[in-house]
Structure formats: C-alpha cells, structure tokens
Design a protein around this ligand. Structure first.
Ligand SMILES: [Zn+2]
Length: 114
C-alpha cells in the first residue's frame, strides 16, 4: 500500500443506519480520545484489521485537514516511550526493549484539526 493522494478511500454513503468500521472509527475519534483496546471493543475488529483501518484513517486525514494524533505506548516500569519507528506499530508492543517489562500502556488516538 502506498500513500497515493489520489487514492479513493472514502467509504460510500451508508445505507440506512449501516456504517462501515472505517466510518465508525472516524466518527468515534472525531469526538473523543480512545485507546486501541477501547476501539477494538467498540468496533469488534481484530488487532490486524484495526491497525489497517487506523493507517487508512491516518492517510486520509491529511486530505481532510485533520491529523491522527497518537499518544504512544509507554512502559510503566521504566517510562520508556515508544516513539517514532516503534509507535508505527499502532497496537501496544508486547515487551519493553529497555527493561523487558510487559506492563505497557495502550496507545490512544484522536482525530484533530491540523
Ligand atoms: Zn521498560
């Protein structure tokens, strides 16, 4: 997948009350800050699927004058923060590379204006 700006990634208009997970995701993140786990519970998606949807939302946000704000995961044992490269794994890492603790906070997300 590339970040082609011409990519047509809008969902079709919902039929009746049915909205796709991507539309629901945008709606939720436009209103409040939610963790990866909370989003999974709301939307009933697998880790892999939710990561795909979040990346999609992140890419398409640019064209909407929005950005996906990410509060990166953090190790509760040593305060190591999973920034930059590590933060691109949008779900919580299993283990801290600095101290090997498994007590890692969930990343949190929100859509906000640029
Ligand atoms: Zn640590």
């Amino acid at each position: 997948m590339t970040g082609n700006p011409d990519e047509h990634d809008d969902d079709p208009p919902g039929i009746g009350a049915v909205r796709t997970p991507r539309q629901q995701l945008r709606g939720l993140l436009g209103r409040e800050t939610l963790s990866f786990r909370e989003l999974r519970e709301w939307l009933g998606l697998s880790v892999r699927r939710l990561e795909e949807e979040l990346r999609h939302v992140e890419r398409s946000a640019r064209g909407r004058g929005e950005r996906l704000w990410v509060d990166p995961p953090r190790c509760l044992a040593c305060d190591f923060v999973f920034r930059d490269r590590q933060a691109r794994h949008l779900h919580a890492p299993g283990r801290c590379p600095a101290c090997r603790s498994e007590r890692i906070t969930e990343p949190r997300f929100r859509l906000e204006p640029r």
